[in-house]
Structures are given as structure tokens and as C-alpha cells.
Write a protein that binds this ligand. Structure first.
Ligand SMILES: Nc1nc2c(ncn2[C@@H]2O[C@H](COP(=O)(O)OP(=O)(O)OP(=O)(O)O)[C@@H](O)[C@H]2O)c(=O)[nH]1
Ligand SMILES: [Mg+2]
Length: 283
């Protein structure tokens, strides 16, 4: 008999509660000693209570991110807060590979990625989880572009670059996402098991590569509007390098799809034999 996960059994007729899911909140962190307490403080109480684990992955930061995380857990008596530290810097993609494999290996149902620099609003976690309670999503994507990203301080060159890259990605994938570049995401672990995310890059375009894999697998992506926030946090992304990497990824996929050039990370078996579902937008 085929085993189905809790999330796969949920439906709009018989929704499940967040408290019935094994939920992980993953906080990728690099030099975020100053913002980690703010991010943790802002996680809604009901989520702090029901999350099986909130874990920080300190990517070998030179600052005290690791100690601040440990101190917060001890001071607040949070038994479900863990702090892991890479002994060498593995990059943003490398950090996600560790986190998702950890969640799969430990039987989690869902993993929320919440950046440690406080750019994404922890208050929105319940809103991002809703589509899973009704079995409507394999991944929920927090989109800034369906809101007012400029009002939230998104620099003009990033705003225009985001629009341009999104147009290219939608054209290549046949999707209609409003963006591909936000780092606020919730993945079902069952869905992650079905894509070779370990073959993706260790740097920032990991986020686009994994979406291509989800499209190829026919997994369901639901967008939800999130606020944009750009403060005085340090940005680790070289936007030009990032843009080129994303375009290169789309070219690789395009060639792979036509059978002209094989790319291992795109060796994805579709979950269903129907056409790829077009992502839904819920504002
Ligand atoms: N820069 C950087 N970030 C890392 C690394 N490993 C993990 N991260 C985390 O990845 C997240 C994203 O990094 P940011 O530099 O803020 O990039 P971004 O938010 O995608 O882009 P911005 O809009 O420029 O802030 C942060 O939470 C970092 O802590 C790393 O090696 N370098
Ligand atoms: Mg950031």
C-alpha cells in the first residue's frame, strides 16, 4: 500500500491543524548576532509552542551568531530551539541543503525558511502555513512583488532586475509567478524528497534551481503576499553575479528539456503525469 503523508491527506473538506504537523522553522544565519534575537522574539507565540524544532544554522559566521542563539535558548528556556554551526562556510545553498536533509531525515512534515537578518516578517508564518492545512500546496512562496516592494525599500535596480529575471523564468517554465527571488518559503518535506536539491548550487541561485525542480516534478507552488523590508542589514548577494547565475540556470534547463544537453540536477521524475500545475496566488 502506498503511504501518504499527513499533508497529502489534508483537504479543504477535512483540513488539518498546524499543531498536527511536525513543523520546523529553519533560520539560515551568517553574521546575524544582532538580529537573531529580534527574529526569534517576533515568531508568533502559537508557532513557538507548536513547532517541533526551531533551528538556527550558523554558517561559520565570524561574529557571535552561534553564542547568541545558544544564549537565547538558555535564557528563554526554549527546549525546541537548537543552534547548529557549520565548521566552514557552506554558502546560502549549502546551508539549505543541510537544513532540508536534516528535516527529511528527522521526519518533519514542513520546514519554514526564515532568514536570520529580520528581512522577512515572522508574524506571517501562520498565513504561509494555511495552504498546507487544506492540502493545497507542496511549497508556499512568500512574494514581495504582489505587495509594494518599493515602499518596503527594495532598491530600484533590484526591483527592475527582479521583474526582468521573473519574466525570463516564467517564460522558460510556463509559469506565472510574481517573483522567484524571495527567501521566505515553506516546503513540504515529502515534496523535497522528490527533487534532487542536493545537486543544486551552494550559493544564492539555489532558490531558483529548486523552483525549477518543483516545476519539473509537477509539484504545487502557492504564492502568498508578504511585506518587503530593507533596513540597514548587510547584503551578501552580488546582484550581477546572481542575475547571471539565474539566467545560466534557465539556459541549462531549456537545453536539458529539449534533450540537447543533459544537466544532472534536472534529472527529476514527475510526481504526476498531468501538465505542471500553474502556481496559484492567494493574496
Ligand atoms: N551572505 C551569506 N548569507 C548566508 C550564507 N550562509 C547562509 N546565509 C544566510 O542566507 C540569508 C540570505 O542572505 P542575504 O545576504 O541576506 O541575501 P538576501 O536576503 O537573499 O538578499 P538581500 O535582499 O540582499 O538581503 C541570510 O539569512 C544569511 O544569514 C553565506 O555564506 N553568505
Ligand atoms: Mg537579506
Amino acid at each position: 500500500m502506498v503511504q501518504t503523508s499527513l499533508i497529502e491527506r489534508a483537504s479543504s473538506e477535512s483540513p488539518i491543524r498546524v499543531s498536527d504537523m511536525k513543523l520546523a522553522i529553519y533560520i539560515p544565519s551568517y553574521n546575524h548576532a544582532a538580529t537573531i534575537p529580534i527574529v526569534l522574539d517576533r515568531i508568533p507565540e502559537e508557532i513557538r509552542r507548536v513547532a517541533a524544532e526551531i533551528f538556527i544554522v550558523d554558517d561559520a559566521s565570524p561574529d557571535n551568531t552561534y553564542l547568541v542563539g545558544l544564549g537565547y535558548a538558555a535564557h528563554k528556556g526554549m527546549a525546541n530551539l537548537r543552534v547548529y554551526r557549520n565548521d566552514r562556510n557552506c554558502g546560502y545553498g549549502g546551508s539549505q541543503k543541510f537544513a532540508y536533509q536534516y528535516c527529511i531525515d528527522n521526519g518533519f512534515d514542513l520546514v519554514v525558511m526564515l532568514h536570520g537578518d529580520a528581512q522577512y516578517a515572522p508574524e506571517k508564518i501562520p498565513y504561509l502555513l494555511e495552504p498546507f492545512t487544506r492540502g493545497e500546496a507542496d511549497m508556499v512562496f512568500g512574494s514581495r512583488m504582489t505587495g509594494d516592494p518599493r515602499a518596503g525599500g527594495m532598491p530600484l535596480h533590484r526591483y527592475l532586475g527582479n521583474i526582468f529575471l521573473t519574466k525570463v523564468e516564467n517564460w522558460v517554465l510556463g509559469w506565472n509567478l510574481s517573483e522567484y527571488h524571495s527567501g521566505y518559503r515553506v516546503y513540504s518535506c515529502e515534496a523535497l524528497k522528490r527533487v534532487p536539491f542536493q545537486k543544486c548550487s551552494d550559493v544564492f541561485h539555489f532558490d531558483s534551481e529548486v523552483l525549477v525542480q518543483f516545476a519539473m516534478a509537477g509539484l504545487r507552488v502557492v504564492e502568498r503576499t508578504i511585506p518587503t523590508y530593507y533596513g540597514d542589514e548587510k547584503c551578501g548577494v552580488n546582484v550581477w553575479r546572481y542575475g547571471i547565475d539565474v539566467l545560466h540556470t534557465m539556459a541549462e534547463y531549456w537545453l536539458h528539456k529539449r534533450g540537447w544537453r543533459y544537466t544532472e540536477k534536472f534529472n527529476v521524475t514527475p510526481v504526476i503525469s498531468q501538465p505542471t500545475p500553474v502556481p496559484a496566488l492567494v493574496r
